[in-house]
Write a protein that binds this ligand. Structure first.
Ligand code: UDP
Ligand code: MG
Length: 321
């Protein structure tokens, strides 16, 4: 890449963030200016349908620190982060949400830790402000479930707001899996990791871009990328059910041969059959989740498609394409 390396790259994934993005830019600029070192603000537009892209393009025109990667459609938050890492030139790379829920000032604390020699500094949420009880509860359950399911040490209550060293970024770029759960991958990589605590603010404006559907998909990615336990639980459950059925079968045979109580029970048969069919379908679904992901990996499609790049010297975009 023809751009000189900078000290810091700040990656900002954006999906329909027209209401906040200018504020986010101002805050980031102010905070990064305080470091007195070189930096780039790398905005990744994840197929926004509003004016987000136009606004950032305008910022690009007059601020040489700002770059924009514009996706051809919505590829998802985790992929947007990944694209950011692919294009970052910094010695240290920070990932931060566009909605100012992660206070930019915390980046300075992260930088201080980085200078102490840590290679991953993740933000740990002490508190979440202005989020629904449902979101807080599901998030809490998710982080704990994930932890109990995997052998990878994924810290509780951390999001993607974190600083990673160039070395970590390079290793991450080499992991080509499609269903990416970035924070899990970073934990899996290892290196010297530490945390800084912060209070997660309310969204500055707009609403969450993670409806329940996306949240579920995200949770599935997190668990299936780092654990076979659901498959194992499926197998145990199948085994227990078979054992139960076999015992019941013995009882029936015994009754038929040695007693007069002939079976009347349509209801019990029906109930059992419904229950078992339900369980079998769930287990098939679990298998399907894994098989679907194997299928995704095998297709070998690129992770994302870029429509446009701004803020790069003309020559560099050709060289990289
Ligand atoms: N985002 C994205 N693509 C998506 C959904 C979200 O790039 O498909 C971005 C969004 O613009 C924000 C970040 O990911 O910068 C986190 O999303 P959001 O704040 O909506 O999630 P929440 O904080 O509610 O979990
Ligand atoms: Mg948010």
């Amino acid at each position: 890449m023809s751009l000189p390396t900078t000290t810091y790259s700040i990656i900002v994934p954006m999906y329909n963030e027209e209401e906040v993005i200018e504020h986010t830019y101002e805050r980031l600029k102010e905070v990064m200016g305080r470091t007195g070192e070189s930096y780039e603000l790398l905005f990744v537009n994840d197929g926004s349908k509003d004016r987000t892209v136009d606004l950032v393009r305008m910022i690009c025109e007059f601020d040489p620190h700002v770059r924009l990667i514009d996706f051809s459609r919505n590829f998802g938050h985790q992929i947007a982060i990944t694209a950011g890492m692919d294009h970052a030139h910094g010695e240290a790379i920070v990932i931060i949400d566009a909605d100012l829920q992660d206070p930019p000032e915390v980046i300075l604390d992260m930088i201080a830790k980085w200078k102490e020699g840590y290679e991953v500094v993740y933000g740990q949420r002490l508190k979440r402000k202005g989020e629904t009880v449902f979101k807080k509860l599901t998030a809490m359950a998710f982080y704990r479930l994930l932890r109990s399911m995997t052998t990878v040490d994924i810290p509780i209550d951390t999001g993607d707001f974190r600083l990673i060293d160039r070395k970590v970024c390079d290793v991450l770029r080499g992991l080509k899996e499609k269903n990416r759960f970035v924070r899990g991958l970073i934990s899996w990589i290892g290196f010297r990791q530490t945390s800084v605590e912060y209070v997660r603010e309310e969204r500055f404006a707009g609403e969450t871009k993670y409806p329940l559907r996306k949240m579920l998909r995200f949770a599935m990615d997190g668990i299936t990328s780092f654990s076979y336990k659901p498959l194992r639980i499926a197998a145990y459950l199948g085994f227990m059910l078979s054992l139960g059925s076999f015992i019941y079968l013995l009882v029936i045979v015994f009754q038929r041969l040695f007693t007069d109580t002939t079976e009347a029970g349509w209801a019990s048969l029906m109930a059992l059959s419904l229950l078992f069919n339900g369980i079998i379908l769930i287990l098939l679904g679990v298998m399907g989740e894994y098989i679907g992901r194997i299928y995704d990996e095998s297709k070998g499609r690129p992770l994302y498609i870029i429509r446009d790049r701004h803020g790069y010297p003309a020559s560099s975009s050709e060289a990289e394409a």
